[in-house]
Design a protein around this ligand. Sequence first.
Ligand code: FE
Length: 202
Amino acid sequence: MDPKAMFKLSYGLFVLTARQDGKDNGCIVNTVEQVTAEPLRITVAVDKTHLTHDMIKATGRFNVSILSELAQMDTFRHWGFVSGRDVDKMIGVTYSRSENGLVYLTDQTNAYISGKVIQEIDLGTHTLFIADVEAAEVLAPDERSVTYAFYQDNIKPKPAPVKKKGWVCTVCGYIYEGDPLPEDFVCPWCKHPASDFVPLDK
Ligand code: FE
């Protein structure tokens, strides 16, 4: 089996937001799918270690902001590489609120969708939330949605061409200087494991 076949699946990239007890939070996900049209229904799989996961589980509500190709690396760092447990993720963010009171992004975003959870499936590391669409709006009809492939090719920083021994994170571009990479290494930026690193000289 070649697990790299999974990289051929196409994904969008989204900021998933939730609100609980007056606190807003969000994280980056690539797992939003429309699964039925009547009724309009979507799914999202969320890592159980994310604060946003616990907030959706508690409140049954979330918003999906669909990132466009205008999305900047700082946006991915902001929503993807730090936890809402450590920082207030709403600082410095341009946003509005949908009917459900939750935040959606108005910058680098071409649409948002509000979901109401109707079922959860425990996937081990993640929970799959199945949700009815309660509201949805197009914000920028001419901006293309960003895909994971576009992010890899055009947004993620390229490693500098230096002849150092080291490893680079294929998810976010973080460089570990040194060799070998410890087996239990976890990327300090995106929290992905050593298996997502490749040698710098490859
Ligand atoms: Fe990383």
